[in-house]
Design a binder for this molecule. Structure first.
Ligand code: HEC
Ligand code: HEC
Ligand code: HEC
Length: 125
């Protein structure tokens, strides 16, 4: 709980002289905002998954950690390929034409979505 820590540090600093107190408070607020920002960015993808119904061959689980571990950054996907919210509609036809997951899963950047040997890498019963 960085916020609570900062509150208690803040109280101690009150015992110091006026000008000094202002300066340190501004510094602590900056640190707090930075911590909160990094915290929320990390809270999303590694460990985060998105599940798609996937039709007859079974559901598809998109795993943020697998993709982050491959060195992909948020802006490799957001927002030019995917919105930063769940619920987009994606089809194999679009994918095999190089859209959505297929902008990478095309046999060049990653295994090809249209190769029958690969269906089971994404679709699980
Ligand atoms: C390899 C592609 C890829 C990368 C890299 C990626 N995401 Fe995503 N992200 C997705 C997909 C796919 C979805 C789901 C989109 C949909 O359902 O329409 C998603 C969804 C999200 C959502 C919405 C989740 C929800 O519950 O509504 C957030 C927030 C998000 N991503 C943040 C991030 C952040 C932050 C990073 C980087 C640290 C990141 N993503 C990296 C592909 C990616
Ligand atoms: C890179 C991951 C990936 C691979 C590889 C993949 N799919 Fe998919 N597939 C998806 C996603 C994501 C959806 C969208 C699911 C949804 O929105 O419910 C989907 C949807 C589907 C659907 C239902 C919707 C539609 O477009 O028809 C079928 C059927 C399907 N896939 C079959 C296949 C077959 C057959 C293969 C192998 C030749 C395959 N998929 C390979 C990720 C993949
Ligand atoms: C920005 C590029 C990019 C996008 C977009 C992307 N992927 Fe990937 N994905 C990769 C890379 C790179 C790997 C590592 C595997 C490889 O090199 O072939 C990977 C691996 C995977 C794996 C792991 C398979 C295994 O057996 O380990 C799954 C499952 C997967 N992706 C599903 C998806 C789905 C579903 C989508 C769309 C919702 C998607 N990916 C979109 C780049 C991408």
């Amino acid at each position: 709980m960085p916020f609570i820590t900062i509150l208690s540090i803040r109280i101690k600093i009150r015992l110091m002289k006026g000008g000094e107190e202002m300066r340190i408070t501004v510094l602590l607020l900056t640190v707090f905002v930075a911590v909160a920002f990094v915290g929320s960015a990390l809270a999303v993808p590694p460990g985060k998954t998105v599940e798609f119904a996937g039709g007859a061959p079974g559901k598809v689980i998109f795993d943020g950690k697998i993709h982050a571990d491959k060195g992909l950054k948020c802006n490799d996907c957001h927002t030019k390929i995917f919105p930063m919210k769940k619920g987009g509609k994606y089809t194999m036809a679009d994918m095999n034409a190089g859209k959505n997951c297929g902008s990478c899963h095309n046999g060049e950047k990653a295994f090809a979505s249209k190769d029958a040997a690969n269906c089971g890498k994404c679709h699980k019963k």
